[in-house]
Design a protein around this ligand. Structure first.
Ligand SMILES: Nc1ncnc2c1ncn2[C@@H]1O[C@H](COP(=O)(O)OP(=O)(O)OP(=O)(O)O)[C@@H](O)[C@H]1O
Ligand SMILES: O=P(O)(O)OC[C@H]1O[C@H](OP(=O)(O)OP(=O)(O)O)[C@H](O)[C@@H]1O
Ligand SMILES: [Mg+2]
Length: 305
């Protein structure tokens, strides 16, 4: 944690320390779909921000970090210029405007896809059908690059919002936009015909980040990973009859192996472990069938392997 010049970035915590005052600068979306979860994940990492709603910039009280509230679509340029060191933004925005910017961590929220869609009644066979067609979108580079792979050239109509309405008002033959539940497409009588990419919120890093801030980033990334890992698992505590313990333990691999402790009542043990959220209900059903009782389940705040 210390540099060749001999001081640690965390010496800033010490009173009267004159050496270290640098803070990592993170951009998050000012308002919109990513704002709340971005602040939440920072909070879960123990970084508390005085969040004056109208501020464009805020500082963390207990971590060397400054937050810049920006438009999602503007963030790639700020990263490229080194005005901010890191950012939470949609991966789709990086594909559109920041292919050169690296991703330090996928964050698992705001999952969506960027797709091409056509009016429901349109006969659609392949990407070639887009040749010469007018496509309305806010993601021109993504569309051009995707179609280019198939040697297809289309006519793009760039708009910033309400893209899905374009075919209905005669503005375009097709659209490219974000799809999540599919309800916006459905409401506008469109069908998804090509998924160009899958996206989620990511932590992106400026190539201009300096060494001191890179150290702060390493510390922050360690916390992000612990929080994200915890979000993938549940903690489970149950009672098991000793004669069924072997079967039950096999269902609970845990981090290393489950903790097994004798209960006050003879012939029973208490078993503690973690379960992957994806398989959760299936594992609980199997545990019950195997004779487990008094099953308690709780969220995991952080998980350090
Ligand atoms: N319906 C959705 N479901 C899940 N994630 C979505 C959805 N729509 C957008 N996203 C993700 O959230 C990000 C932010 O979307 P939002 O609509 O809040 O802002 P924006 O209009 O793209 O950006 P800006 O901040 O520049 O106005 C998108 O880039 C995408 O990654
Ligand atoms: O498949 P769905 O679940 O319907 O989500 C897709 C819609 O969500 C986004 O719009 P948003 O609600 O962010 O509005 P915006 O166009 O004003 O950004 C996106 O632009 C789509 O229109
Ligand atoms: Mg949107």
């Amino acid at each position: 944690m210390s540099h060749s010049n001999g001081f640690s970035v965390f010496e800033w915590l010490k009173p009267n320390n004159q050496k270290m005052t640098k803070k990592i600068r993170i951009a998050i979306q000012k308002s919109g779909r990513l704002n709340e979860e971005s602040l939440q994940i920072l909070k879960d990492c123990g970084v508390s921000i005085d969040n004056g709603r109208d501020q464009l910039k805020a500082s963390a009280a207990n971590f060397p970090l400054e937050v810049f509230y920006l438009r999602n679509g503007d963030i790639p340029q700020y990263l490229r210029d080194g005005v901010v060191d890191i950012a939470i933004l949609g991966e789709n925005v990086l594909v559109e405007k920041g292919e050169d910017i690296s991703i330090a961590q996928k964050l698992g929220f705001s999952k969506c896809r960027v797709s091409l869609a056509v009016p429901k009644g349109t006969k659609y066979e392949s990407v070639k059908d887009f040749e010469g067609k007018k496509i309305a979108t806010s993601y021109p580079n993504t569309v051009i690059n995707y179609l280019e792979q198939y040697g297809v050239k289309a006519d793009l109509h760039i708009i910033n919002g309400s893209v899905e309405i374009a075919p209905n008002i005669g503005l375009a033959d097709a659209i490219c936009d974000i799809v999540s539940s599919g309800s916006t497409l459905f409401k506008n009588n469109l069908k998804e015909v090509e998924v160009m990419l899958k996206s989620e919120a990511v932590l992106a890093v400026s190539s201009k980040i300096d060494l001191e801030r890179q150290e702060i980033l390493d510390k922050l990334l360690f916390r992000f990973k612990a929080v994200l890992k915890g979000r993938d698992y549940k903690y489970v505590l149950l009672n098991a009859p000793n004669d069924r313990l072997d079967d039950i333990i096999k269902m609970l691999p845990g981090m290393k192996s489950p903790t097994v402790l004798p209960l006050a009542e003879e012939g029973w043990s208490s078993v503690h472990s973690v379960i992957d959220k994806q398989a959760f209900w299936e594992v609980i059903d199997n545990l019950k069938d195997a004779g487990a009782q008094g099953i308690l389940v709780s969220d995991i705040e952080k998980m350090v392997l």
